[in-house]
Design a protein around this ligand. Structure first.
Ligand code: HEC
Length: 453
């Protein structure tokens, strides 16, 4: 899902929201100056945008919600209920955007030949507005997940949409999109112009200037955005930037991010003053940096929200804040839909524990894969058999000691069952590790006369 989302965000921000205004401006410039070469270049860049946005862009855009709905149906369900009309409008705008992209690209030659250039540029302007609008609507939903504002009292779509994070995040994304689009158009220019040509230098300079224009809005919007991030979320930043294991690195990473942004600004400055200096490598590296920064910002945004999927309303494991006391009293399995055991008995501890794990931990942990719960406990308690009581105590207080994890939403019996299951996982895992070690025995041992393991 992270891969789908990162690809989509990059395409949406760099190839659509930011890039359509640039090509529309380039088309306008070519028309005003009567420069056919500029028009041709803008057309070719638009061809690349057209192919990428209508295929991978549209697919990943649908893919995000498809995969999110599979992973967290409860979260998406709640968002759908709150934002029903918002989303309805979003789909209309999104489909209009795709249609406009097709019209803009496919009618380019015909409208230019028949002298309807002004109208064609008008389509480019409308397309630019629609690309931005799809983002402007979705940011309402993204902001809501970080801060629901007055919605808990009013329960209205209006206060959900215009949450306290909305405008700052929209400003941030707008400036960011415009900037990274410059990176992507720079890169495309290199495919469509020849080395040392006046067209290449002129267009690189033009796009570099465009990027420089957005620096101040970008910095201002970043500060504004950071200021509205709720304090509890801002406190997650060190685990959000890297993983817990590398928290001592987070300052280094923050410095690297600042340097990356600085490097982008430098390259843009060089491009504006001396476009000759920019070689294809110099343009490829910024593109990768931009991609990485955008992906990392999304990672941080997703992470700082923990333990919530929707701020103050629903935890990442799908438990609503308001239903927590009931689940802790009755047990989370009692009310769970897709589990094998609804109660814990002396005979089903491990099976019920597995159900508890699936319901309460598996949105964020795997057993032995990514963010493996076995590795996490092993880091805490070492290789010897883990202590039941220590684990129980950890589970009951996991939210207070690690605020990015939700409170355990089950009762005591379920916590015991979870511990039993986790201890079984440890035994199985040690067994597998031991078996793997014995399979990779050295030839001398295999040929030894001891009979082997
Ligand atoms: C909202 C997501 C989320 C949920 C739900 C969650 N965890 Fe975690 N947990 C994390 C993250 C993130 C970390 C830290 C990962 C890292 O950076 O190393 C973590 C760390 C841990 C650690 C290591 C703590 C430490 O300080 O070393 C343990 C143990 C753990 N989780 C157990 C559990 C158990 C058991 C459950 C279910 C009852 C659970 N978690 C549910 C997200 C979650």
């Amino acid at each position: 899902m992270a891969v789908i989302a990162s690809i989509h965000v990059f395409i949406n921000h760099a190839f659509a929201v930011g890039a359509y205004p640039i090509v529309t401006l380039m088309e306008y410039r070519g028309w005003k100056k009567g420069d056919g070469a500029w028009d041709e270049l803008a057309y070719k860049v638009t061809f690349a945008l057209f192919v990428v946005t209508t295929t991978l862009g549209a697919l990943t855009g649908v893919g995000i919600w498809f995969s999110a709905a599979l992973i967290a149906p409860f979260g998406i369900g709640s968002l759908l209920r709150v934002f029903f009309w918002g989303w309805f409008i979003e789909w209309i705008v999104f489909i209009s955007e795709v249609i406009l992209i097709m019209i803009y690209f496919l009618s380019w030659k015909r409208m230019s030949a028949s002298g309807r250039k002004r109208a064609h540029i008008g389509i480019g302007v409308i397309l630019s507005v629609f690309s931005w609008l799809t983002m402007a609507i979705i940011v309402g939903i993204l902001g809501f997940m970080m801060g629901s504002g007055r919605w808990p009292e009013t329960q209205s779509l209006f206060s959900a949409f215009f949450n306290p994070i909305y405008l700052p995040q929209l400003a941030f994304r707008t400036a960011f999109a415009m900037g990274v689009a410059g990176l992507c158009v720079w890169f495309l220019i290199f495919f469509f112009t020849s080395k040392g040509s006046g067209l290449r230098h002129g267009s690189v300079r033009y796009v570099s200037r465009w990027m420089l224009v957005w620096i101040i809005p970008f910095v201002a919007a970043s500060v504004w955005y950071w200021k509205v991030v709720p304090a509890a979320m801002a406190a997650n930043i060190d685990v959000a930037l890297v993983t817990q294991r590398f928290t001592q690195w987070h300052e280094t990473l923050a410095i690297i991010m600042f340097c990356a942004i600085g490097a982008l600004i430098l390259v843009a400055g060089a491009g504006a003053l001396k476009p000759k200096l920019l070689t294809s490598i110099l343009l490829f590296v910024p593109l990768l940096l931009g991609l990485w920064l955008l992906g990392h910002f999304e990672r941080v945004r997703e992470f700082v929200r923990k333990p919530y999927v929707i701020a103050d309303y629903m935890y990442s494991n799908g438990v609503r804040v308001s239903e927590l006391p009931v689940l802790q009293r009755d047990g989370v399995l009692t009310h769970a839909t897709y589990v094998n055991n609804h109660t814990v008995t002396s005979g089903n501890q491990i099976g019920a524990g597995r159900d508890v794990f699936v319901v309460t931990c598996s949105r964020c942990h795997t057993t032995t894969g990514i963010n493996s719960v076995v590795t996490k406990f092993r880091n805490l308690y070492g290789e010897q058999p883990w202590d039941k009581n220590a684990m129980g105590a950890f589970i009951h207080t996991m939210h207070t000691s690690r605020t990015f994890m939700p409170p355990f939403p089950g009762n005591d019996k379920e916590a015991d069952a979870l511990v039993a299951y986790l201890k079984q996982l440890q035994v199985d895992h040690e067994f597998i590790l031991a078996a793997q070690n014995s399979w990779t025995v050295k030839p001398a041992e295999v040929t030894g006369a001891t009979g082997g393991p």
